[in-house]
Ligand binder design. Structure first.
Ligand code: FAD
Ligand code: NAD
Length: 402
């Protein structure tokens, strides 16, 4: 009899943790494991705002899958998933097809523009290595061009960021580090370059208490970030954002949308029932009514029984789900009971540049400043450890001993 085939789609946080744990738990005789990913590398999605600002090199935020997955235990396929045909237990890829006995969908997020006119066409988004690197290169080009022009346009030096959630605020924090460097490099007066964050809600970072939000806002303003709060973006044109009821145009040379994300469009293409772009899964992380189909990370909603609301989608959640999905698939193969997923919240930290941040950790203890920035690096290294083990932390970690 042929071995059961487990196919994992996506080598992000959830997919990579699932794959590595399956390969540790199962013997090669028990199952065949296949990991399918668009690229031959994993990238740290949680570091993408740094790549986009140009404060880290894109290569620091990625590593080859063969560095952390043993190709003798896992078949690696580098291809794009187009559709899952769940009734036929097969996955359609750009260049081939793969059948499965157990499937894990962990294809992550895409930017959500909520249908705002012109946003997709005219704004950059921070979604993967390529899109993030493009932002850094575009900004640098704008500054380089400005410095060579006879009649330069000061708007070219404005970076406009739409959305003051985690991604938008962490990104402007990095920009507050990078823009002075670019001004220095291209002999541009710092006061001419602007960083503007536009947020529709009455406050940035609504998950944090007011005192932490005030701290974050002041820290960023002191470093040159301007805020437009309570200012909904109505449209994006090639020149910038159109904001508010009076349709004010804010012009910029670099326009970035960080106003929200949703689940991978492969879910819709495959006919899954969607709630805000993602699939509601059962507590054991399976799709209701499907014995062999798990959906993880930013592609699914898992209900928090305590609050009655889904857990917020984060890298922390995705890695923890990967562990439980691997354990549940192993249990199913061995005819053992599956377990329910329970999120263990280690806290939330937002960086505000390299040496500043805010956070709420361990039963609501608040941290800010250098301690929060240090904690963010600890969290980043812990995640690296979960996806790749200690060698990866030594190679890519933010507290490297050399
Ligand atoms: P991902 O990690 O995004 O992985 C998806 C994988 O699927 C990728 O490898 C991708 O290449 C691959 N893929 C996508 N489409 C296809 C396809 N069609 N075919 C083949 N492969 C495909 N969360 C935190 O907990 N802490 C943080 O500090 C934090 N910071 C963040 C900073 C930024 C800038 C952003 C954007 C997000 C941040 N998040 C953070 C959220 C976190 O990154 C996501 O919740 C997390 O990445 C979700 O993990 P995932 O495994 O579902 O998807
Ligand atoms: P988000 O949905 O958390 O924030 C988007 C922000 O954009 C919101 O504040 C919203 O009010 C604003 N917005 C939406 N439409 C707007 C409009 N028309 N005009 C102006 N503002 C508008 O999205 P995100 O920041 O991309 O985060 C995505 C996910 O990733 C979240 O679940 C977040 O928790 C997670 N994340 C976590 C961290 C961290 O833990 N440090 C960092 C980044 C992202």
């Amino acid at each position: 009899m042929s071995k059961p085939k487990i196919v994992v789609l996506g080598a992000g946080y959830a997919g990579l943790v699932t794959t590595r744990r399956l390969s540790q738990k199962l013997s090669p005789e028990e199952a065949e494991i296949v990991l399918i990913n668009k690229h031959n590398y994993h990238y740290e999605s949680t570091w993408l705002h740094e790549v986009a600002a140009g404060t880290i090199n894109p290569n620091q935020a990625r590593f080859m899958l063969t560095d952390v997955v043993n190709p003798k235990k896992v078949r690696l396929i580098y291809d794009s998933v187009l559709e899952v045909k769940k009734d036929e237990q097969r996955v359609v890829l750009e260049n081939s097809e793969v059948s499965y006995d157990y499937l894990v969908i962990a294809l992550g997020f895409v930017s959500n523009t909520f249908g705002i006119p012109g946003m997709e066409e005219n704004a950059f988004a921070i979604t993967d290595i390529e899109s993030s690197r493009l932002i850094a290169e575009h900004m640098e080009y704008k500054f380089a061009k400005y410095s060579t022009e006879e009649n330069p346009n000061d708007d070219d030096l404005t970076i406009l960021v739409g959305g003051g959630g985690f991604t938008g605020i962490e990104f402007v924090g990095e920009l507050a580090e990078k823009i002075p460097q670019l001004c220095n490099k291209y002999d541009i007066d710092r006061s001419k370059a602007r960083i503007i964050n536009v947020e529709a809600a009455p406050s940035i970072l609504p998950v944090f208490d007011d005192d932490l939000v005030s701290y974050a806002k002041k820290s960023l303003e002191d470093r040159g970030v301007e805020f437009r709060i309570g200012a909904p973006i109505k449209e994006c044109t090639p020149e910038g954002f159109i904001v508010g009821d009076d349709k004010e145009l804010i012009k910029a040379g670099t326009v970035v949308w960080t106003g929200g994300v949703t689940g991978n469009p492969v879910l819709a293409k495959s006919g899954f029932e969607l709630v805000k772009g993602k699939v509601n899964v059962d507590a054991d992380l399976r799709v209701p009514g499907e014995e062999n189909l798990f959906i993880l990370g930013d592609c699914s909603w898992v209900m928090d029984k305590e609050s009655g609301r889904p857990y917020p989608p984060t890298g922390q959640l995705a890695t923890q789900e990967g562990v439980v999905a691997a354990d549940n698939i192993t249990a199913l193969l061995r005819n053992q009971p599956v377990q329910d997923f329970v999120f263990s919240n280690k806290g939330t930290v937002a960086s505000l540049g390299i040496t500043d941040g805010i956070g709420s950790i361990l039963d609501g203890n608040k941290i800010r400043g250098k301690s929060a920035a240090a904690m963010k690096k600890v969290v980043d290294d812990r995640t690296l450890f979960m996806v790749g083990g200690p060698k990866l932390v030594l190679k890519k970690g933010k507290f490297r001993p050399f």
